[in-house]
Write a protein that binds this ligand. Structure first.
Ligand code: GLV
Ligand code: MN
Ligand code: MN
Length: 408
């Protein structure tokens, strides 16, 4: 079918959404339920209405736009929330490309036999209470105690973040829908890594999305005088953390290369120039496309932390914040994307995704397919996140063809 997306219009959409939530420290900070996110939601809802789709927002803040009709549905989308100081493409590309595809299909009055739906899921980035709050709530995979007890990135209770919005724990729990009609979910996303650029390919076809285990951990020691406490008598919590961060990274680099481990946020207390730190709290996450590797790493890291604690006279505690399994995308959709790439003359490779995506959640009820376009210098979760617009044009055209194949 010879139909193409309108790149200028898609570019304009991405650029205008990127104006919402500009961070004075650089990039875009638009976590779900923030003032910027509420503004972005209104912007997106107007766009969906202008396309002539029926608009719906559920109790978790997921936004949907749907064509008329009942029965097996082809859904496409992603998220519009961002990380702190993030870029303008992570998530937005998926939602706005899907919207552009539906807009083109409606403009051309193309015949499709299945309803089409665009989705923007809440808090994909996990800034609040674990990753994928919106898509998980949509599928009934959120436990209420996670909402009540979860630690947000901002140190603010989740309840406080919801204040002044139309959302509550009750509305979030009410977002659960029974949707056996969703036949397939498609997500186009920036790669967020360097593989496509290195391989000089404009398109990546994702076969597997990595699982992740993430925790909030502490080494507890004893504060003491920095001028008088001999090194061997210290119970320095920061050194426990430093030792752990280095040894865990070294272990992955030497024994499990290709998998990921990150200490991303640290709080050292009391945090004074002249006091040996008595407490070091930190986030710790590791990822793999193999469930067995995740399980092996979990055991190894917990034993390593205990060992470091006992050597250094510290106590180690850790609380699991979230755990996801690796997920395979649909082989049928992979084949279909490959075929459409060939027809369009777009070079492609099949690759795994190290980053998490709503697709991995939706995979529990529907076939999912993911298209990657290159990230310049492999950079993402950064204000420096960039793409080549011609790559987006290819990716969005491919998405359009795949939607048409699945829906006709
Ligand atoms: C989400 O972007 C993640 O951290 O994988
Ligand atoms: Mn994303
Ligand atoms: Mn992200």
């Amino acid at each position: 079918m010879d139909i193409r997306i309108n790149l200028n219009r898609l570019k304009e959409d991405i650029e205008s959404l990127s104006q919402i939530g500009r961070d004075p420290n650089g990039g875009i900070t638009r976590p779900s339920f923030s003032r910027a996110d509420l503004e972005a939601r209104e912007w997106l809802k107007e766009k969906i209405k202008a396309v002539g789709l029926s608009l719906r927002q559920d109790g978790a803040g997921n936004i949907f736009g749907r064509t008329d009709g009942e029965g097996k549905t082809i859904m496409a989308g992603s998220h519009i929330d961002t990380v702190i100081n993030g870029g303008m493409f992570d998530g937005s590309v998926g939602v706005l490309s899907a919207l552009e595809c539906l807009r083109r299909i409606k403009e051309e009055e193309l015949e499709v036999s299945k309803p089409l739906e665009v989705a923007a899921f809440t808090d994909e980035e996990g800034n609040l209470v674990g990753d994928f709050l919106g898509s998980r709530a949509f599928l009934g995979q959120v436990k209420r105690e996670i909402l009540e007890k979860g630690i947000t990135q901002f140190g603010t209770p989740f309840e406080k973040i919801l204040e002044g919005t139309e959302f509550t724990y009750d509305t979030i729990m009410s977002a659960h829908e029974h949707r056996p009609d969703i036949e397939a979910f498609l997500e186009i996303h920036i790669e967020q890594g360097p593989v496509l650029e290195t391989e000089n390919k404009p398109i990546g076809i994702v076969d597997c999305i990595a699982g992740k285990n993430y925790r909030w951990c502490s080494f507890l020691g004893r504060t003491s005088h920095a001028g008088t406490t001999p090194l061997e008598l210290r119970h320095d919590a920061f050194l426990g953390l430093a030792d752990f961060a280095l040894k865990s990274t070294q272990h992955v680099a030497t024994k499990h290369y290709g998998n990921m481990v990150t200490v991303g946020k640290i709080d050292v207390m009391p945090g004074a120039f002249n006091i040996v730190p008595g407490q070091a709290d930190f986030s710790f996450e590791f990822r793999s496309t193999s469930k067995e590797t995740l399980e092996e790493l979990e055991k190894y890291f917990l034993a390593l932390a205990e060992d470091i604690a006992s050597t250094r006279g510290l106590k180690f505690t850790s609380k699991i914040l979230d755990k996801t399994d690796p997920v395979n995308t649909s082989p049928r959709i992979i084949d279909l994307i490959k075929e459409e790439c060939q027809k369009l003359g777009y070079p492609s490779i099949v690759l795994p995704s190290g980053a998490g995506h709503d697709s991995q959640v939706i995979a529990s009820i529907a076939e999912v397919g993911m298209i990657f376009i290159p990230s310049i210098d492999g950079i993402s979760h950064s204000p420096l996140e960039q793409i080549k617009w011609e790559d987006l044009e290819k990716g969005a055209n491919l998405l359009l063809q795949v939607i048409m194949r699945l829906a006709t």
